[in-house]
Structure formats: structure tokens, C-alpha cells
Write a protein that binds this ligand. Structure first.
Ligand code: GLC
Length: 753
């Protein structure tokens, strides 16, 4: 095996925005994307064009550098990159000279045949977070991971890899932060000082370039903002998708789906979404409806819409090999499927039996795929669940010789699911006109947030997986995926009633709140667990609906900044050691204001760490001083949720679905603090793209305890709020002025107390 370490710099050139250093082993191309983002692309094929599935930005046009005998130095207003010439080694500093991250002096960038690696020095107190959907602890130090999108059915709490690839991590040490995104869709590796002597961490890829973006913002939030600036942000989801979602593999007929949906209405348990898993299709043929069980899809969906339910249907990539099946015939005729090098269509087996697989790396195939959704959108489907897109092909590794676009499978496997989601998003967006599609995908790569929400695949009904699921959600949030769900209740196995209740109470605080279960498992609807438990699950779902105005404004934030909805405490409290401890690592902020402590189902108390500041227990209004831990009550009906002092939380009364108007009152819950706070309230029609033209309703709400004043700025945007009255509700104030109401004035509105 050939082994090489990058050696001396032989020439230095500049081409427009790029500094080019040649060594005998490779070419190093450096460019600046923003003052806090520097790209380093190390390539052994400098003439080969580079493209990215993830990155949507260009380098800044100018780059200047200084040179002395030993070094090249690139300065931005926030970062300094010092490149030692002989041998070539790189070190990133803050603008004021603090070391952020550097190559390991000995092994730096090196190669074994096609494999490329970068060894980087580790600081004694360094912690690592990120990589998206990865098991293990919040602090990934001491762990090693592989990115290779996999149908990880029944994965365990330590399984790796799972379904998705986000080769982006954040390092935290010495009061500093940095981020690194390795943009490479081959199989990639991250070892956070796990198998080594603690001197270095390494990242690598089976082949391709060592093409990375270094982020130097000095907060985790700033790094996420930059990463999502580079790779894109989600757009506003349809409001209905933020309601409660009921899924199962499968509700077997239209009648059964309608009966379940009606079951929610009869019991006054709020819900917005119901799913059809694979059995709605005829013989699992994508874009068909089962001729008997789902004989009249439009009629069926109209009935669902009549009771304010939206339908989401599953699609898998595998197209059944069957002459006369439209998608098969068209795909074969037009050559839309992935092929072997001799041009024959690749065949793999999935639910329908033997299948071909659309080549989503080609624009014409994406167009075709997208247009095929008319079979679903015509009768009224608005949500599209993309599954099995790692891609999964049973009992085999997809052969390496299979071609996608002009590349072989190993080069692009990790982006296949993303390209399917991309095709689905663009196609359904076109078909739905001005209506927002809801897209959900199981496999993903960096940048998928532009097209789709994700969920964490086939988990299991266990307490350990409830906690793991939360870490996965929080970790996905670090890598740009704000809209994330887990199978509440656990896909495989049967949850105990206690676990079901507990998991649903956490579902309230999960960006996408969806119950789902494997075929053959016990029925999982909220009323399957006895009256007492039904009441508790209903209570959890009702709380979700009360919080929807807050949640929607939080999603708006994600669209503007990339900051996720569920936030590991490492975002706001990166340098606080306590939050990384195994006891507290599952805690998270849900939006700006709420701290949630997940609790397993077999205990009734919880050890909770509250960061600096004052906090109130949501259920009791009891105040806690932060900066310490507490053992608190955690009965099944009361998950520990704490409100940050100064929080401004817009809420509403319970409605049965997001389509219901409700009582027309927007409640502004304000929790006392001695510090001034503010929040952005955002609303729009929840369903169209009119907000892009200014049809939204936005106002800044500020709370000033010194001036004893709560102010709502004048409204920005032309949308008429769905609420007629704003009601201010004060918590933990020592004055009796609570419940001040005002008409939903557009002008500035001030409450003095
Ligand atoms: C896969 C999915 C699961 C789905 C099942 C049947 O296992 O992950 O959610 O229910 O396929 O379509």
C-alpha cells in the first residue's frame, strides 16, 4: 500500500479567489467564503472539476496573503490561517491570535492509495459535537464514526453508521469554538481521539478530495449560522405538519385510515396528519393506489380533508420490474435507472420484489420523478415520505460498479437519499402550485434541510432509545436539520403504556411529532392504552397545540438563522462542562425559552441541570436558580420542563387541528426576570409561499423590567393575523395586572405595569 504524507511547498500561485500551493503529493487550494469561513481543498486531481451537493455559496472574489520565509498567512477580520511551507502544515487562529485547530505536525494530511486523511492536533480539554444522526454521547471525544448511509433496521444505542451523513463537527476548547465540514460523499471517517494516543483526531475519506470548510465563529450558534449559510436553510414548513402526526405500517385500507382519523375527532384528541405506509400501493408499485383497499383516492382524501386531516404517503426509490407498469416502462424506455457499466439496468430487491432504481443524480430523472407525483397530488396528497433511500437493497451491498450519473456508487451513495428528496421537493412544489409540500426523508447528506425534514428511522420501543432519539434530534439540529422526528413509541417492539405516555410527552417538544410502529406491533393510537393513559397522551398533544404559535415562530427563526428548534445545551452553554455529563447530555432547549429534560418511563424523579440564570418549572411556576442541578419530580403526567426567566412565549387555546380557528386569542406568556428580553413573533398563512412576497405578520415583543414595560412593535408585513385579540399573561410578577387584553392592533401596543 502506498503511503504518503504531504511534503514541502514547491510553488505558490494565486488564481482569482484561490491561493494554490503545489506539493509533490497534491495541490492545496485555499479560498475565503466569509470572514469566518475558509475553504481548504486538497486535491490530487487539480484539473478535475469539483462540484458539491451541499454547498450553495461561492468564494469571495478577492484573497490576499502575506508571505515570509517559513509561512503564508491569510487574514480575515475573524480568522487567521497560517500555512507552514516546509513541510506543508496548516493552523487556524482567531484574529487575535488564539489557536483554534491545526494539523498534527507528524501526520497532517496523508494518503494510503486512494484514501485521504487529515490528522489534527487535539487540545487537552477539547470536546467535539456534531455529525448529525450519530449514536453515542453528546461529546463525541473518544468515539469513532463512519458515514455510509445504511438501512440500519433495529439499530442499537451504539450502532454506526445509521441512515444519514453530515460530515460536520464543532470543536470546543480553551473557551474557543470552531467547526469543520468535510464535503465528500464517499465513505468518510471521523475519529475523535478514540483509537489514538489522545494526541490527534483524524478524519478521512475512501477517495476524493480532502475538501473542507473551516468555521471560526466564536459561538456554536454562529458556527451553525455559517454552516447553514453555506449549505442552505429550511423553508417554512406547512403549519399542518407541525401538528400531531399519526402513522403506522400500515393502515390497510381507506376505511381504516378514515376510522382512525375520526377516532381522534370523536375523542377530541387534536391531530393534523395521518399517513399511508406502503400498503396503499398496488403491489408496492410507487405512484399507484391499491385497486381495492384504496379504490377511490380522491374521495377518500376529500373525506379526510373534511375532518381537517392531511394525508402523507410513502414513496420508495425501488421501481418494480413489471412490464405495463408506467414508471417501469418509462424508466426503461428513457434510460432513467442506475446502470451497470455496460449499460444494463441495475437490479436490487426491496418491498415490490426485483426493482430498478432511478438515477436521481440526473436532472432529467429528477424531473421525471417529480412529475410522477401527480398520481398523489391530483387526489390531494400534500406530504411525501421518502424511505429506503440509502438506498436499501436487500441482502446485498449495492455493487460498486453501479453508476449514478457519471459516478460509481461508492462516490455518491451518501447523497442518493438527498437527491431523491430534492427531486421530490421540486416536483411536488411544482405540482402543488403555491402550496407548500411537506417532504420527509430517511437518508440524507449535508444540505438536505433545503428540501426535506428527516426522521431517525427504525428505532425500538425502549427507554434507552427514547433518550438516544433525543440526542439524535439534538445532534441533527447542530448540522442544519431543524425539522426532525423520531418514531414516537419506538418503531420495533411494543412500548409499555408508561413508555408510550412518556415518549408522547417528549413528542410535544420534538420538531416533528409523529407516532409510528412496525407491522405486527400492537395498535398505537392514543386510546389503545386505557383511559387514564389516553388522558395523559391527550394532554401531551394538547400542550403541543397550545405551543404552536411559539413553535411556528421558532421554525421561522430556523429559516432565518439555521438555529434548530431542539437545541442541545451545547449551543448556548458550550463552555459549561456540566452539560456534557452523561446525566444531563439529553437536555435541550426547545426554542429560546423552554428547557426540557427527557426522562425514562421507569422513574418518577429526574436529575436536572439548569444553566446559569433563573428558571421556572412550567407546571408549577416554582423558581429555580440556575448554575446547579436539582432532583425534581417527574411523574408521568409532568415531564420536567423549565421556562427561562424573561421568556416570552406566544401560545393559543387548544384546537383540534391547525385548520381550526380557535378562540381568536393570542396569549403572550411572559415570565418575570430582572433582565430585558425580546422575541420575534412570526405568523403567516401556514400553507402558501405568499410570505415570500411579504404576506406575513411579524412583530418584535420586548420586555423591559426597569421601565416596567412590555412592548409589541408595529406589525411588519401584510398578513392579517389569525388572532383577533392579544392577551398578555404575566407569570411570577408581583403585580396584579395580568391578563391585559388588547385588540389585535397593528400599531405599537404597550403594557405598563
Ligand atoms: C422502513 C421504514 C419504516 C416503514 C417501513 C415500511 O422500515 O423505516 O418507517 O414503516 O419501511 O414502509
Amino acid at each position: 500500500m502506498e503511503f504518503k504524507i504531504i511534503g514541502n511547498t514547491q510553488s505558490i500561485n494565486q488564481r482569482n479567489d484561490t491561493l494554490i500551493l503545489d506539493t509533490a503529493e497534491a495541490q492545496v487550494q485555499v479560498s475565503i467564503y466569509s470572514p469566518t469561513i475558509i475553504r481548504v481543498n486538497v486535491t490530487r486531481q487539480p484539473d478535475k472539476p469539483v462540484s458539491s451537493f451541499a454547498v450553495i455559496r461561492e468564494a469571495l472574489p478577492d484573497l490576499s496573503y502575506e508571505e515570509n520565509l517559513h509561512e503564508l498567512i491569510i487574514n480575515t477580520s475573524a480568522l487567521q490561517l497560517r500555512i507552514q511551507k516546509d513541510p506543508l502544515r496548516m493552523a487556524f487562529y482567531t484574529a487575535d491570535g488564539k489557536l483554534l485547530s491545526q494539523d498534527d505536525e507528524r501526520f497532517a494530511i496523508s494518503w494510503q492509495d486512494t484514501k485521504v486523511m487529515n490528522h489534527r492536533k487535539v487540545h487537552p480539554d477539547e470536546k467535539f459535537i456534531g455529525l448529525g444522526e450519530k449514536t453515542g454521547n453528546l461529546n463525541r471525544r473518544g468515539s469513532a464514526y463512519v458515514n455510509w448511509n445504511t438501512d440500519a433496521v433495529n439499530y442499537q444505542t451504539e450502532s454506526d453508521p445509521l441512515y444519514q451523513t453530515f460530515p460536520f463537527f464543532i470543536g470546543i476548547h480553551s473557551g474557543l469554538t470552531y467547526g469543520l465540514f468535510l464535503d465528500n460523499t464517499h465513505k468518510t471517517y471521523f475519529d475523535f481521539a478514540a483509537s489514538t494516543d489522545d494526541q490527534f483526531m483524524w478524519l478521512g475519506a475512501d477517495a476524493g478530495n480532502l475538501d473542507y470548510y473551516f468555521f471560526g465563529a466564536q459561538t456554536v450558534a454562529g458556527i451553525i449560522e455559517d454552516y447553514t449559510w453555506l449549505t442552505g436553510r429550511m423553508e417554512m414548513p406547512p403549519l399542518w405538519s407541525l401538528g400531531y402526526q399519526q402513522c403506522r405500517w400500515s393502515y390497510m385500507s381507506a376505511d381504516e385510515v378514515l376510522e382512525v382519523a375520526q377516532g381522534f375527532r370523536d375523542r377530541q384528541i387534536p391531530a393534523d396528519v395521518i399517513y399511508c405506509d406502503i400498503d396503499y400501493m398496488q403491489d408496492y408499485k410507487i405512484f399507484t393506489w391499491n385497486k381495492e383497499a384504496f379504490a377511490r383516492p380522491k374521495e377518500f382524501i376529500d373525506k379526510l380533508k373534511d375532518i381537517n386531516f392531511e394525508l402523507v404517503t410513502i414513496v420508495d426509490p425501488g421501481i418494480k420490474i413489471e412490464k405495463g407498469y408506467q414508471q417501469y416502462d418509462e424508466g426503461v424506455e428513457q434510460g432513467y435507472f442506475a446502470t451497470y457499466p455496460n449499460g444494463e439496468n441495475y437490479t436490487g430487491e426491496v418491498w415490490p420484489g426485483r426493482c430498478h432504481f432511478p438515477d436521481f443524480f440526473r436532472e432529467d430523472v429528477r424531473e421525471w420523478w417529480g412529475a410522477s407525483f401527480c398520481a398523489l397530488t391530483d387526489p390531494g396528497v400534500a406530504g411525501f415520505w421518502n424511505d429506503m433511500n440509502e438506498p436499501s437493497a436487500w441482502n446485498q451491498n449495492v455493487p460498486w460498479i453501479v453508476k449514478f450519473g457519471d459516478k460509481f456508487m461508492p462516490e455518491v451513495r451518501n447523497a442518493y437519499g438527498m437527491q431523491m428528496a430534492r427531486a421530490t421537493y421540486h416536483g411536488t412544489r411544482k405540482l402543488l402550485g403555491n402550496q407548500r409540500p411537506f417532504v420527509l426523508t430517511r437518508a440524507a447528506y449535508s444540505g438536505t434541510q433545503r428540501y426535506s425534514a428527516v426522521w431517525t428511522g427504525d428505532n425500538t420501543a425502549s427507554d434507552a432509545q427514547l433518550l438516544l432519539g433525543q440526542r439524535l434530534v439534538n445532534s441533527l439540529g447542530l448540522t442544519g436539520m431543524a425539522n426532525v422526528g423520531v418514531d414516537i413509541g419506538g418503531f420495533s417492539g411494543n412500548p409499555t403504556p408508561e413508555l408510550m405516555v412518556r415518549w408522547n410527552s417528549l413528542g410535544t417538544y420534538t420538531p416533528m411529532f409523529r407516532n409510528h410502529a412496525i407491522k405486527g406491533s400492537d395498535m398505537r393510537e392514543p386510546w389503545q392504552y386505557g383511559e387514564g393513559n389516553e388522558a395523559l397522551i391527550k394532554q401531551a398533544i394538547e400542550q403541543r397545540y397550545r405551543l404552536l404559535p411559539y413553535l411556528y415562530a421558532t421554525f421561522y427563526q430556523a429559516t432565518q438563522t439555521g438555529i434548530p428548534v431542539s437545541r442541545t445545551l451545547a449551543i448556548d452553554y458550550a463552555h459549561n462542562e456540566n452539560i456534557y455529563s452523561v446525566a444531563y447530555q439529553n437536555q435541550f432547549l426547545f426554542g429560546d425559552a423552554l428547557l426540557v429534560a427527557p426522562v425514562i418511563s421507569t422513574v418518577q424523579t429526574a436529575d436536572v441541570y439548569l444553566p446559569t440564570g433563573n428558571w421556572y418549572r412550567l407546571s408549577t411556576e416554582q423558581m429555580y436558580n440556575g448554575g446547579q442541578s436539582y432532583t425534581v419530580d417527574a411523574p408521568l403526567h409532568d415531564l420536567p420542563v423549565f421556562v427561562k426567566a424573561g421568556a416570552i412565549i406566544p401560545m393559543q387555546s387548544v384546537v383540534q387541528s391547525t385548520a381550526e380557528k380557535g378562540d381568536g386569542i393570542l396569549q403572550l406568556h411572559i415570565w418575570n426576570s430582572d433582565q430585558a428580553t425580546s422575541c420575534v413573533y412570526y405568523e403567516d398563512d401556514g400553507n402558501t409561499y405568499d410570505y415570500e412576497q411579504g404576506t406575513y405578520y411579524k412583530r418584535l415583543i420586548t420586555f423591559d423590567p426597569i421601565a416596567r414595560e412590555i412592548k409589541l412593535s408595529a406589525v411588519e408585513g401584510s398578513f392579517e393575523s389569525r388572532y383577533e385579540v392579544v392577551k398578555v399573561i404575566l407569570h411570577a410578577f408581583d403585580v396584579e395586572i395580568a391578563n391585559k387584553e388588547a385588540d389585535n392592533v397593528k400599531a405599537e401596543f404597550v403594557v405598563k405595569y
